[in-house]
Design a protein around this ligand. Sequence first.
Ligand code: FA5
Length: 345
Amino acid sequence: MRNRLEALCRDGIAAVAEAQNADALQEVEVHLLGRNGALTAQLKGLGKLSAEERPAAGKLANEVKQALQKALEDRRAAIDKAELEEDLAGNGIDPTLPGSPMPVGGVHPVMAVARELEDLFSSMGYVVWDGPEIETEAHNFDDLNIPGDHPARESHDTIWMEDTPEDGRLCLRTHTSPVQVRALQKFGAPLRVVAPGRVFRQEAQDATHEHTFHQMEGLVVDKGIGVPHMLHAMNSMLEGIFGRKLETRLRPGFFPFVEPGFELDARCPFCKSGCKVCKGSTWIELMPGGLVHPNVLRAAGVDPEVYSGFAFGLGLSRMAMLRYGIHDIRWMMSGDLRFLEQFPA
Ligand code: FA5
C-alpha cells in the first residue's frame, strides 16, 4: 500500500506539472482527487489492512492528499499568472485599453440659458416656480385683465381644448403670465418669482417664430415697487447672461395686464452697425414688461392700494438664439443631432 501511495503522489505531482492550462489542470484534479479518482480508490483499500498497518497507511494517504492539493494550487496560480502576462503582452484582451465610449447627451441651449437665469434670480432672492402647460381660460386671459372680447386675445392664436365642468374652457397656455396669478394666489405678497416654461401658439413658423417655445416670467410684488426696480432686474439679467453691461432702451408697449407697459430693447451684442440678427437696426427686441395692473393684483387677492409690482416676460428661446448665435429658432425643436451635438455637456 505504501508503495502504491508513494507512486500515486510522484506520478500525480508530475501530471499536475504537465498541465498547460486551467481545463487540463481541472481534468488532472478530477483524476487524482475526484469521487472516483485514484486517491479515493486507494482509501477504499485501507479497510482491508490489518489493525496495525491501518494507522500508518491512513496517515500517509492524508499526506499524499495534502501534497497533491498543494501542487494543484501552485500550478493553478502559475497558469493564471502566465495567462495574464500573455494578455498584457497583446495576446487576447488588453485590460489597459480604454473602454468603448458611451454616448453622453448635452444640455439643450434653451435649458442651459434657463438654468443660468434660475441661478441668477435665485441669488437675488427669487423663487423659481412652475405652472401647468394646460391652463384654464380664466388664468390665461380673464385674471390677466384680458376679457373675452379683448383684441389682445387674437394675437395669441390660442390652441383650445375641450370644456371641463370644473375649470371651464382649457387651452395650451399661450404665455407664462398666468403663473403671475397662480404664484400670488399660492404665496401672497410680498413675492419675488421667476417661472420658466413652454408655451404654445398656433402661428406660422419662421426664423424667429415657433408654435412651441419657451418664456420666463418674472414678477416682483412689494410695497413701493416702481419702474426703476424693473429696469434694475432686467439689466441684471442681461449682464448675467452676456457677462457685460448691455446698452438698453425702453419703448412703450401695450399688454392689458401691465400699466404702464414697455418693451425693452438691447444694443445688439453681435455687431456695431447692423447685422442679420438685429435686422440692421443695432437694437434687439428682448422682452416686454411693466407695472402689474391693479386688476391682476385684485384677481390674485392682493390689495393694489398696499402693494405694487412689476412683471416681465422674457422670450427664453430667443435669448438662447442670441446667446449662442443660433440664426433660426426652428433648430431648437428639430431634434436634429447635428444641431444638438454642438452643445456638449
Ligand atoms: C407675452 O407673451 C407677455 N405675456 C409678456 C409680458 C409678461 C408682458 C409680463 C408684460 C408683463 P409676447 O407675446 O410679446 O408677450 O411674448 C413675449 C416674448 O416671447 C417676445 O418678446 C418674444 O421674445 C417671445 N415670443 C413671442 N412669440 C414667439 C414665437 N412665436 N416664437 C418664439 N418666441 C416668441
